[in-house]
Design a protein around this ligand. Structure first.
Ligand code: SF4
Length: 536
């Protein structure tokens, strides 16, 4: 048992639903108890799809358990086939149905339908949503893309498949368009996009491309590796998020397509690069950023933050356990300890310890940052409805870099205001506790409320020391300390002269300095000694 209030990923059958809902001409019959249809809302409300997901649930109830649930499942499969006439079907069990062991695959095969029926084995108690999506996509590709492709015309333009975009994917819709345009720039066509928008017949055509592009490794790595082994299709593993990664992506694609990338690279105007280099961005240099998300987006964001924005990465983590190795490798680049966890309380305490000035994360980190009074931008699923925007908002390619620049800088205090705060800290408007004024009154109210007064999201959240950045109480909040540290009132006053966005770091350094020297009460002198020590 694990006490869980928030979960970064749903059960694996939700991953299977994301693949089925992304596709056309495919139907999913899910052996599941009454009530599991809640998952439909993810697609119809969060992603705002116009139609129900192509999923039929057997919806057994308590009274069915005494009877024949296997018959109930078979009836659901038969009726779904009659009603929807799909090109292919996938069948499987949700968590509860897994326990009653009805074998959906065997039961569906016994019906002998005239279409491919692909059984899914998704261990709900060991695996999660992204794994479920990857396994489902892999099984579909393995069953449907068996036949080798017919030889292509020797004069045809190079072409590739785009693998990985699904329903309910963070900005997948716009990433596909952006990457398609990027490929067109270098003279490469898109053969099949899958699973998003593909039919089972399209999956059968996958071997016809020259190579594959893996847009989302969490979903498509498994299938891409199978296609490489079976159909000798190499794949591009560089995910084009950020200017550097997009440039690497273009080089790798050009290499596989046998084209010269130079003309395309010369034509691209990287507006985000110029924005980051312009003098207004100087104040961004060295800002401390904490990054958390799925492995692909977190690793990409850390690279952009460090190399393209000039931030300092003070934390990097992911809930994608399957990509722990890649995450660890990335963390070593920034000299930070990798954080691989799906426990949001652990993420919250690491953010609290790291004292970042900006958090880049999922919707969970947005809540954590709100509680801690920190600026935050969303870079990865899971996300709320507002991260399925109506406007064009890719993360990948040229426009993706622009979108990220704007999104990440927006929550930060602007340069002039930051400067005014340092100079006039007793001003009624630009005072030390003031929030960025471009974010309006809501943000001001947020920073003005002591964190302890913000309605708690979870009882467990209270276990974390409240508002360590702003609250004087934090002086005694480090549990591992053998010394009861205290701040003299005048030292506390002096500390408050330091602008809020670096105050947390100053407090932490001073306390570390005091603890190392056995100083129990921090005075103004201790504060300045610590400053001299750490800036030496
Ligand atoms: S079967 Fe699984 S997904 Fe459905 S309600 Fe139970 S735990 Fe949740």
């Amino acid at each position: 048992m694990q006490l869980t209030l928030w979960t970064y990923e749903g059960p694996p059958h939700v991953g299977a639903m994301r693949v089925a809902t992304a596709m056309r001409g495919l139907h999913y019959v899910l052996h599941a108890p009454q009530g599991d249809t809640y998952a439909d809302l993810l697609f119809t409300m969060i992603e705002r799809r116009r139609e129900r997901p192509p999923v039929t649930y057997s919806t057994f109830q308590a009274r069915d358990l005494g009877g024949d649930t296997a018959e109930l499942f078979q009836r659901s499969v038969r009726e779904a086939y009659e009603r929807f006439r799909p090109q292919a079907m996938i069948v499987g069990a949700s968590c509860t149905a897994e326990l009653i062991q009805d074998d959906p695959g065997g039961l569906a095969q016994a019906l002998d339908l005239p279409i491919p029926v692909i059984p899914l084995e998704l261990p709900s108690y060991q695996r999660k949503e992204n794994w479920g999506a990857a396994e489902t996509f892999y099984q579909l590709v393995r069953h449907l893309a068996k036949a080798p492709a017919a030889p292509r015309d020797s004069g045809a333009r190079p072409c590739c498949n785009l693998l990985g975009p699904t329903a309910l994917g963070f900005r997948h819709r716009d990433d596909v368009r952006e990457v398609t345009e990027l490929l067109a720039l270098i003279g490469v066509d898109v053969h099949v996009v899958a699973p998003l928008g593909a039919t089972p017949a399209d999956l059968a055509r996958l071997p016809g491309a020259d190579f594959n592009v893996v847009l989302y490794p969490e979903v498509a790595s498994l299938a891409a590796r199978w296609l490489e082994r079976t159909h000798r299709q190499p794949f591009v593993g560089v995910v084009p998020i950020g200017i550097g990664a997009s440039t690497d992506f273009i080089h790798r694609v050009a290499e596989l397509a046998g084209v010269n990338p130079a003309p395309a690279l010369e034509r691209i105007e990287w507006r985000a690069r110029w924005y980051a280099q312009s003098v207004d961005s100087t104040y961004l240099t060295g800002k401390r950023v904490f990054v958390f998300g799925d492995a692909t987006h977190a690793i990409a964001a850390a690279r952009v933050a460090s190399r393209e924005m000039g931030f300092t990465v003070v934390g990097l983590g992911s809930y994608s356990r399957e990509f722990a190795r890649e995450l660890r490798e990335a963390a070593t680049l920034y000299g930070v300890e990798p954080l691989i966890t799906d426990d949001y309380l652990e993420v919250e305490s690491r953010i609290t310890e790291a004292h970042p000035e900006l958090v880049l994360g999922t919707q969970m980190e947005r809540h954590i940052a709100k509680r801690l009074g920190l600026p935050c931008a969303v870079i990865s699923a899971p996300v709320h409805v507002q991260d399925f925007p109506a406007r064009y908002s890719p993360q990948m390619g040229i426009e993706g870099a622009n979108v990220m620049f704007d999104t990440w800088v927006h929550p930060l205090m602007m340069g002039l205001e930051e400067h005014l705060l340092t100079m006039f800290r007793d001003d009624f408007e630009f005072h030390a506790e003031a929030a960025p004024s471009h974010l309006g009154s809501a943000a001001t109210a947020l920073r003005a409320v002591p964190a302890a007064d913000v309605p708690a999201m979870a009882p467990a959240v209270k276990a974390v020391p409240a508002a360590p950045i702003e609250s004087p109480a934090v002086a005694t909040a480090v549990p591992s300390s053998p010394i009861e540290l205290g701040w003299a009132p005048e030292a506390e006053k002096e500390l408050h002269k330091i602008p809020f966005f670096v105050r947390g770091k100053a407090r932490r350094n001073t306390e570390r300095y005091a603890r190392d020297r056995g100083v129990a009460t921090i005075t103004v002198e201790t504060l300045y000694d610590a400053k001299a020590h750490f800036s030496a």
